[in-house]
Design a protein around this ligand. Structure first.
Ligand SMILES: Nc1ncnc2c1ncn2[C@@H]1O[C@H](COP(=O)(O)OP(=O)(O)OP(=O)(O)O)[C@@H](O)[C@H]1O
Length: 456
């Protein structure tokens, strides 16, 4: 039994040519393409709309200006306006090099001189299809990378890969997520990642740093107010919660919200309804809440600074983000990423890190985490003379001090890691974790406090 050969779709080549003889010749010349012919600007534009060819050959001498090039240029411009990535090969009459040059300046891909040599034109057409295909593939790749929810998260460290896997798992669900991490560790990057991989990705992502807004203004920022609600309330204003309707609300530094406001926030989370300050109308808001803090909320609960009921509402899933110095290799990786970002478009030869800068990057303890690294690289791009960035350009020249600090840090890092793992393995049970670690419960408590270890 024989199977019918599968029809392979040929790429479409649009030939814009008014000469009937040449039209016939070209129609049969290229068997690798589906040739579509157009004799003037109007039919060329119609064919573009109908077929979206990747490659077009265009005779500049089109009616009503068959002896000039105005109609040809107008057609070229319309094609590129409609589909800027089209590869247009223009045909110019003998001795019309200026026209060819102008066509290239307008965005034509290439040109050839009449009379037509079918083989030569075939070669140009083949090359144009090849380039068009590579460019289309690059655009597709770039778009898919841009759209990837965690595209902005640069990391090679296993600890962070675990974090991004967790983000990908919780994102499609509607659970509340609490991100625990020191300043500059990328909490907002991850919160955005959760939003972008969720069903709310088309809705707004509204971020508010509760620690940066004075207590007396925070309520108005979050809940909004009606005109005349207080002195200075000149017009009704929506709060951040309302602005996050249909999307995600990111409450950064949630531990900084004062207790009375915590009560109001809890009520919103339970009832999904808010009232603006000075307003009487309940407003329903459908939003997902992601919180973050660098504080130890469990300790705050014990000290009476944070409501336990609110904690359980905002922390259905908790994700702990490691410090930059705990992510092996990431400081160098990120430094190169930021160097690339900040030196793009800079005139002169490309910059790279010199050996002392690279040593400083891996020895420094990065108390300000990724944000500090980003700022230091930005600074170094401005300060660098020549092509090599030095440790001094990053303001990291005091190596011995950094190294000594690193030894102490190394112990802390290892202690944090081991204790964190024991707590995770025992689902946060202090007595079982202490047993696993071979230390007493009070010692473990002390270490948790001293090393500021978030508890799962
Ligand atoms: N893994 C990463 N890859 C690339 N850029 C990152 C990464 N982590 C953080 N950044 C960048 O570092 C800066 C700080 O990150 P982000 O604002 O997310 O941190 P944060 O933990 O929310 O900080 P803060 O607690 O101070 O608000 C941002 O410019 C962010 O784009």
């Amino acid at each position: 039994m024989s199977t019918a050969p599968q029809a392979i779709e040929k790429p479409i080549l649009l030939v814009v040519e008014d000469d009937a003889g040449l039209q016939r010749q070209l129609r049969w010349a290229y068997e690798d393409y589906e040739v579509v012919i157009a004799g003037d600007r109007e039919s060329a534009v119609a064919a573009m709309r109908a077929h979206r060819p990747a490659v077009v050959t265009l005779d500049l001498g089109l009616p009503p200006d068959a002896d000039g090039a105005t109609e040809g240029f107008a057609t070229l411009e319309e094609i590129l306006l409609m589909a800027p990535h089209t590869k247009v090969i223009v045909a110019s009459g003998h001795g019309a090099r200026d026209s060819a040059r102008r066509a290239i300046a307008l965005g034509a891909f290439d040109f050839y001189q009449k009379p037509i040599d079918i083989d030569e034109l075939g070669f140009l057409v083949g090359r144009a299809f090849h380039v068009a295909q590579i460019e289309a593939e690059n655009r597709r790749l770039a778009a898919s990378q841009q759209d990837a929810p965690l595209a902005n998260l640069i990391t090679g460290a296993p600890e962070m890969l675990k974090v991004s896997t967790m983000v990908e798992k919780v994102a499609p669900t509607d659970v509340s997520v609490l991100l625990l991490g020191a300043s500059g560790t990328g909490k907002e990057v991850l919160a955005r990642g959760v939003h972008l991989s969720s069903r709310r990705a088309d809705g707004p992502f509204v971020a508010i740093n509760c620690g940066a807004i004075p207590d007396n203004l925070l309520e108005a920022e979050l809940f909004g107010y009606e005109r005349g609600a207080f002195t200075g309330a000149v017009k009704t204003t929506e709060g951040k919660i309302e602005l996050a309707q249909g999307g995600t609300l990111f409450l950064d530094e949630v531990g900084d919200i004062p207790l009375p406001l915590q009560v109001k926030l809890l009520r919103f989370i339970q009832e999904r309804v808010i009232e603006r300050i000075g307003g009487r109308k309940p407003i329903e808001v459908d939003t997902r809440i992601i919180c973050a803090t660098h504080r130890n909320l469990k300790r705050m609960i014990a000290d009476g600074g944070f409501r336990e009921d609110l904690f359980y509402r905002i922390a259905e899933v908790t994700i702990s983000i490691p410090l930059l110095r705990e992510r092996e290799g990431d400081a160098t990786l990120l430094a190169n990423h930021f160097l690339h970002k900040f030196s793009a478009g800079r005139p002169g030869p490309s910059l790279r890190f010199g050996p002392d800068a690279l040593a400083a990057i891996s020895l420094h303890s990065w108390p300000g985490n990724v944000r500090e690294l980003e700022n230091r690289v930005k600074r170094s791009v401005i300060m660098a003379d020549g092509t090599q960035i030095t440790a001094a350009d990053m303001d990291l020249a005091d190596q011995p001090e950094a190294a000594i600090q690193t030894l102490r840090d190394a112990r802390m890092i290892s202690d944090r890691r081991t204790i964190g793992a024991a707590l995770t393995a025992t689902s946060g049970s202090i007595s079982r974790a202490a047993k696993l670690l071979g230390i007493s419960r009070p010692t473990l408590y002390d270490l948790i406090r001293e090393l500021d270890i978030p508890q799962p």
